[in-house]
Design a protein around this ligand. Structure first.
Ligand SMILES: Cc1cc2nc3c(=O)[nH]c(=O)nc-3n(C[C@H](O)[C@H](O)[C@H](O)COP(=O)(O)O)c2cc1C
Length: 357
């Protein structure tokens, strides 16, 4: 069984192949400072091979949700330092997921700033704000000079993460947020060097990842992507274009020697993901997305079938702080409660019990 075998992710060795997925939980208050409840949540899960933090904003414009933590202010960095210390003391490892929400936001959330995106196209739907749900606003299309500023925010947030004791950083290129908005031909309708061809749409993600790798070392940098996820209007409906776009992305990133590539796709063992894995030529972590919750059987099939180097696990890790033991010994599982995913307080966050003995 490969579940419990060690794995090297760039500069970081992990003791088993079950990775806690980045999971937004919105429990860090108005100032986005990790608190004692957040510390406890991550500490409880330290026996997983690697923890990836919830998506953390690299600048106020990039905040997507109320209660989301940041990696910008001194207080936020100090809060994360307490999280990493607790995880390390419990024997674990943790990466910060750096997430710029792009147009998946609202000025009520960003403190009055207009959300940004590759193009001035609003998402058709409603966003969660301090005042309940509101229609998504039309974002400001980033100028080339502003793009350089956003790359600098990713770099600074990543340096802040390392300063806070994070073992590494994961760039959030998935699920319809800013990086993904550049990759999708529907959310990116630019006519400059950052839009149009597959290679141009991949350019911004390449520049972000390369700049962060240069700043903190490539062996500490992962990237998450979700080709064909078709979420939050970052549609990718043309399979050939997807292959060309993500092919261009990985052709540029493969030589960097990154820590890992994390891929969310409904068929991790299918041709697309396996071709991307071959192109990346480094460790690939797989997750099959939201429609069916990851199961022990799926994780074993992916690892033992040689389709992935590690498995990224979301909802089972929310509900089972000791998931690695339960999966290793095939013990019963707690069931996650979706009604408390995005609420506040300990309920549904730090009160899922571990097995007693
Ligand atoms: C409550 C919740 C919050 C999530 N937040 C994030 C996030 O911040 N960043 C991210 O890349 N994915 C996020 N995801 C997606 C998960 O990382 C994962 O891909 C998804 O839950 C499917 O895996 P699972 O079946 O193991 O739960 C979130 C999912 C859930 C359920």
């Amino acid at each position: 069984m490969n579940l419990l075998s060690p794995l090297t992710l760039g500069d970081v060795d992990i003791p088993n192949r079950v990775i806690m997925a980045p999971l937004t939980r919105l429990r860090s208050g108005h100032d986005g400072v990790p608190n004692s409840l957040n510390i406890e949540h991550y500490r409880q899960r330290a026996s997983l091979g690697l923890l990836v933090s919830e998506g953390v904003y690299p600048g106020k414009t990039g905040q997507g949700y109320p209660g989301q933590p940041g990696l910008v202010t001194e207080e936020q960095v100090a809060g994360w330092a307490k999280v990493t210390e607790a995880v390390h003391d419990a024997g674990g490892r943790i990466f910060a997921q750096v997430m710029h929400a792009g147009r998946v936001s609202h000025s009520d959330v960003t403190g009055g700033l207009q959300p940004v995106a590759p193009s001035a196209i609003a998402i058709d739907g409603q966003v969660r704000t301090h005042d309940g749900k509101q229609p998504y606003p039309v974002p400001h299309a980033l100028t080339e000079a502003e793009i350089d500023g956003v790359i600098e925010e990713f770099v600074q947030a990543s340096k802040n993460a390392i300063a806070a004791g994070m073992d590494g950083v994961e760039m959030h290129g998935a699920n319809g947020y800013l990086l993904h908005e550049f990759l999708s031909p529907e959310s990116n309708q630019r006519t400059d060097d950052y839009g149009g061809s597959a290679a141009n749409r991949a350019r911004f993600v390449i520049e972000v990842v390369a700049a962060v790798a240069e700043a903190v070392g490539p062996g500490r940098v992962g990237l998450r992507i979700s080709p064909e996820h078709n979420i939050q209007d970052a549609f990718e409906r043309d399979h050939e274009d997807v292959k060309a776009t993500y092919g261009a992305l990985l052709e540029a990133l493969a030589p960097l020697g990154l820590s890992y590539l994390s891929i969310l796709h409904k068929e991790p063992s299918g041709d697309l993901v396996q071709d991307l894995r071959a192109a990346f030529a480094g460790p690939v972590l797989a997750n099959s997305g939201f429609s069916v919750m990851t199961s022990r059987e799926e994780a074993l099939a992916l690892l033992d079938g040689g389709h992935a180097d590690g498995v990224v696990v979301g909802r089972p890790a929310i509900a089972n702080p000791d998931l690695i033991r339960r999966w290793a010994e095939d013990l019963p599982l707690n069931t996650p409660d979706p009604s408390t995913f995005y609420t506040s307080g300990a309920e549904g966050y730090t009160d899922y019990p571990a097995l007693r003995n």
